[in-house]
Each structure stands twice: as C-alpha cells, then as structure tokens.
Design a protein around this ligand. Structure first.
Ligand SMILES: Nc1ncnc2c1ncn2[C@@H]1O[C@H](COP(=O)(O)OP(=O)(O)OP(=O)(O)O)[C@@H](O)[C@H]1O
Length: 335
C-alpha cells in the first residue's frame, strides 16, 4: 500500500501552438489506504488524470509519486498498481481461474502461490463456484468481479478504477458499489476511482476530487462537498436535483448568487411569491418546480403533502442556515 501524490500535474496533447492543454495543474495528496473518487462531467480530464497515474499517458509537467517514488518515467508494469476498466478486458478463451492467474504466471509465481492468491480473491468476491467457467458464461456483474479479482491477486500498492460500473444496469451497479466498499474495508488498498456519476462518487468516496475543465474545483469528503460547495460549479454539479442558484430573487445582493438546496425550502405564509410550473413524483418525495420572477425554483417536499395545482401561487422561504452565497464574477463560495 502507498500514498499517491499529484503535484502540479499538467497534460497537453500535441506540441507547439496547436497543443491542447487538458489538465491545468492538479494537486492532490492521497493518504495510504484512502479511497478517493475523481468526479466531473464528460471531458473534464478524469480519465486522462487516472491514465497518467497508471503510466498509460505521459505527464507534460509536474510529478506523480507513488509512495516515496516519483513515477513520471516509470513504465506502467513497474508502478505496482492495478487498473480495473469499464470494459472488463477478460480473455474469452480462458477460465475465470486462468484470467485471474494470468498476470501472476507472467510474474513467475509458483502454482501453489497462484492457487492461494486466486482462491483468496475468489472467496472475497464470491467467485469460488465460478472459477472453471468462461467469461461468456458469466453475467455482466460477475465479469466485473473477475476483473476486480484479477486486480486483487496482484496485491498492488494501489487500485485505479476507470468507470468500472458504467456497463452494469442500475441494480447491479448499486450492488457492485457495495461490493467495492466491502473490498476496500477488507483490503484497505489506496484507491483512485473515476466516475461521472455523482451518486457513485458520494457513496464510495472517503474524499472526492471534483474536476471541471482540467482543474480541481474541490477536494473534500462527500459531506463537505455537498454541504459546503466551494464554487457554483460544484453546487450545480453535486445533488440531484441540483442546488437552486438565484441571481435575481429579492434579498440577493448584487454581484452574488444565492444557493439553496431543494430540501431546504419551506412552503408557508411568508417568503418569495412563486407560481407552480410543474410537479414530479420521485417515490417518497415530490419535486415542485415553481416560477420566481424569471427564475425557476425547485422545492423538494414529502409525497404525503397535497399536490399543488399548476399555476397555483406558493410562498416559499429558504431556511436561513442553509443559504449559500457565491461571488457572481468568480463563482467562488463566500459562505
Ligand atoms: N489522445 C488525445 N488527443 C487529444 N485530446 C484528447 C486525447 N484524449 C483525450 N483528449 C481530450 O482531453 C479532454 C479530457 O478527456 P478525458 O477522457 O480525460 O475526459 P473524461 O473526464 O474522462 O471524460 P469522460 O467522462 O467522457 O470519459 C477531452 O477534452 C478530450 O477530448
């Protein structure tokens, strides 16, 4: 196991005037045994960053350290890390056992050593009954577990996950998420996990690195990121539905943006005058979308509450302790 340190990491594709810079100086110190999720919208540079840690992309400038060692010029195979991809990349003609054993054979481990490691990984991942099957005889979730098993048996210093759950259906994704959590609790291996799915990020991360356009917007625990977003970008990205961001409502000072989450609005006798625009049912809760001047406000209420009519007037008040304030020019939090 090891720490991971990214110091002013930059990446440009191409050289000269036509070069495209996609990572603009990322700093991140990841503790030994920590589970960090890199999250952000498509194209923000998550995979590029992960691939630089893996050694699959060169580092334009800055350093990446695994443990004490700067690995900028170390070959991927020498970095002592294991990567789990979205497409499981299993060998179709090999059994589950052989898929997991393959990398160990190449490294020259003995047959009993290989057997012991594969059996231990198979036990953790509940793959023991499937070891003789071929990948084609497995479900998507089982294949993903084999891919993880192949990573575990190597006993690497760190795991890198590149959207490993995105090919699974919603139910299996939730289940595999729990398995990854359990795995991390048992093995305690430093992990870097890339996803664009904020729910996955919130549930898996000990800390999350929120990225936007090649820069780190915030690096903190899920609670910090959700409760104290550092910027308008984070406020709008984390949370479904996202935080309401109001520029023109009464009480919003010029040059600022007021943020309030849908669950922190109270319908009552005083507050902003709004008009119901649409209503959505989300199971136990309902979302009311209401017009507030030229802005739209989303209010999260219990589904038990009477459904308002479209066009109905509602008075809505933000709970003062949950109001966020952002600088309209820089987008940074002022709260
Ligand atoms: N080989 C390449 N040459 C040029 N530009 C590239 C190359 N690979 C990636 N990019 C660009 O770098 C940026 C970051 O890409 P990256 O794949 O890291 O994003 P991402 O956040 O992982 O996105 P996604 O969630 O869609 O996979 C994108 O704008 C992409 O177009």
């Amino acid at each position: 196991m090891a720490t991971l340190a990214l110091n002013q990491v930059k990446k440009s594709y191409g050289i000269g005037p036509g070069a495209l810079q996609v990572i603009h100086g990322v700093d991140a110190q990841i503790a030994d045994g920590e589970f960090v999720v890199i999250v952000g919208p498509s194209g923000c540079g998550k995979s590029t960053l992960l691939r630089m840690v893996a050694g699959l992309e060169s580092i334009t400038s800055g350093t990446i350290q695994i443990g004490e060692r700067v690995v900028n010029n170390v070959q991927p195979a020498e970095r002592d890390i294991a990567m789990v991809f979205q497409n499981y990349a299993l060998y179709p003609h090999m059994s589950v056992f052989d898929n997991m054993a393959y990398g160990l054979r190449i490294r020259g481990l003995t047959a009993p050593q290989i057997r012991a490691r594969v059996d231990a990984a198979a036990r953790i991942l509940e793959l023991a009954p499937l070891l003789e099957r071929k990948p084609s005889q497995l479900s998507g979730g089982q294949r993903q577990r084999v891919a993880m098993g192949r990573a575990i048996v190597r006993q690497p210093q760190a795991f890198l996950f590149d959207e490993p759950l995105s090919n699974l259906d919603a139910k299996l994704r939730a289940q595999t998420r729990l398995e990854i959590q359990k795995l991390h609790r048992e093995l305690g291996i430093t992990s870097l996990f890339v996803t664009h799915d904020q729910v996955e990020a919130m549930t898996l991360a000990q800390r999350m690195l929120v990225m936007n356009a090649g820069r780190v917007e915030q690096f903190g625990t899920p609670e910090e990121v959700y409760e104290r977003p550092a910027s308008l970008f984070v406020a709008g990205f984390m949370g479904a539905p996202p935080m309401n961001l109001l520029r023109h409502a009464s009480g919003v000072r010029p040059g600022t943006v007021l943020g309030i989450r849908p669950e922190h609005l109270v319908i009552g006798d005083s507050g902003w005058d709004t008009v119901v625009d649409s209503v959505e049912l989300l199971g136990a809760e309902r979302l009311i979308h209401a017009r507030l001047g030229d802005e739209l406000l989303t209010i999260r209420v219990s589904a038990q509450r009477a459904i308002p009519d479209l066009g109905q007037a509602l008075r809505v008040q933000p709970q003062p302790e949950f109001i966020h304030t952002f600088d309209a020019a820089t987008g940074l939090s002022r709260s």
